[in-house]
Design a protein around this ligand. Structure first.
Ligand code: GRF
Length: 195
């Protein structure tokens, strides 16, 4: 499977995915990084891992459709079959959703449908919940909606801060994302060939 990762920031999840591939734990290749933030740390990580990066800012395009069309061309050029969003801070629009229907997944740092949107860990800590977690889900046109594929809980203990919860959440994410992708891709290979 040829995978593209979309990311806007640090890219620790991108790194976890690439590492799992290198260790033979994820039977896929990362064919492309798509990044909307020039200067993001994830671009450096891609360079080090030898993953080609397409960096483009939406503001340099006429509209969102044109921006996504440019991404789509790159994806096609690179033979990308599946997309994993990993800290990509934008909604996916109709151009990409239609081209990759059912083939885009996202990771979100809460137990959805609780705490969608920005700063999900901060939201959970502020709400005083004792359990939050990580969700991997298929992407649709909504914000952190779409069918849930996998979830894992993270306890919020006495004395935890937003930073300490964030560290726990990240540690879970870095395991769960590669594992879940591996399961999805395995299922694909096992699926009977329909004629
Ligand atoms: C992760 O917490 C992910 O769940 C959220 O954005 C964060 C990205 O972190 N969607 P990183 O860039 O992978 O380090």
């Amino acid at each position: 499977i040829k995978l593209a990762v979309f990311a806007s920031g640090s890219g620790s999840n991108f790194q976890a995915i690439v590492n799992a591939m290198a260790q033979g734990e994820l039977p896929a290749v990362c064919a492309l990084l798509v990044c909307d933030k020039p200067g993001a740390k994830v671009i450096e990580r891609a360079k080090k891992a030898g993953v080609p990066a397409f960096v483009a800012e939406p503001k340099n395009f006429e509209n969102k459709a044109a921006y996504e069309q440019a991404i789509l061309e790159k994806l096609k050029e690179s033979g990308v079959e599946f997309i994993a969003l990993a800290g990509y801070m934008r909604l996916i629009g109709p151009v990409l959703l239609q081209a990759y229907e059912g083939k885009i997944v996202n990771i979100h740092p809460s137990l959805l449908p609780s705490f969608p949107g920005l700063d999900a860990v901060g939201q959970a800590v502020d709400a005083g919940v004792k359990v939050t977690g990580v969700t991997i889900h298929y992407v649709d046109s909504g914000m952190d909606t779409g069918p849930i594929i996998a979830q894992k809980a993270v306890d919020i203990d006495e004395g935890d801060t937003k930073d300490s919860v964030m560290r726990k959440v990240h540690a879970i994410e870095h395991q769960l994302y590669p594992q879940t992708l591996a399961k999805l891709f395995q299922k694909k290979e096992e699926a009977p060939i329909s004629k």
